[in-house]
Ligand binder design. Structure first.
Ligand SMILES: [Zn+2]
Length: 84
């Protein structure tokens, strides 16, 4: 796949497996080991549309209770203005 990084114009990418953080209307889904291409220069990550569609579909299934996620974790939440 020949393409150019939208941010820095670099043309070299490496294949990586990354943790993807999906957020929609204050609901979250974290997916581990998602295939991505990472710009070798600035580190920007690119995902195939099919990969993002799959994550979005899984998110919908989980939040519409059609599917139970593999694992549930709790995430600390803070308001920045309240931080010491
Ligand atoms: Zn780049």
């Amino acid at each position: 796949m020949k393409k150019t990084c939208n941010f820095c114009g670099n043309k070299n990418f490496r294949d990586k497996q990354v943790q993807y953080f999906y957020k929609r209307n204050n609901h979250f889904l974290i997916v581990n080991n998602v295939p991505a291409e990472e710009c070798e220069y600035c580190g920007e990550q690119y995902f195939k549309a099919s990969v993002l569609k799959k994550i979005e579909k899984d998110f919908m299934n989980i939040y519409s209770a059609r599917k139970k996620s593999k694992k549930l974790i709790s995430i600390p939440l803070e308001e920045f203005a309240e931080l010491a």
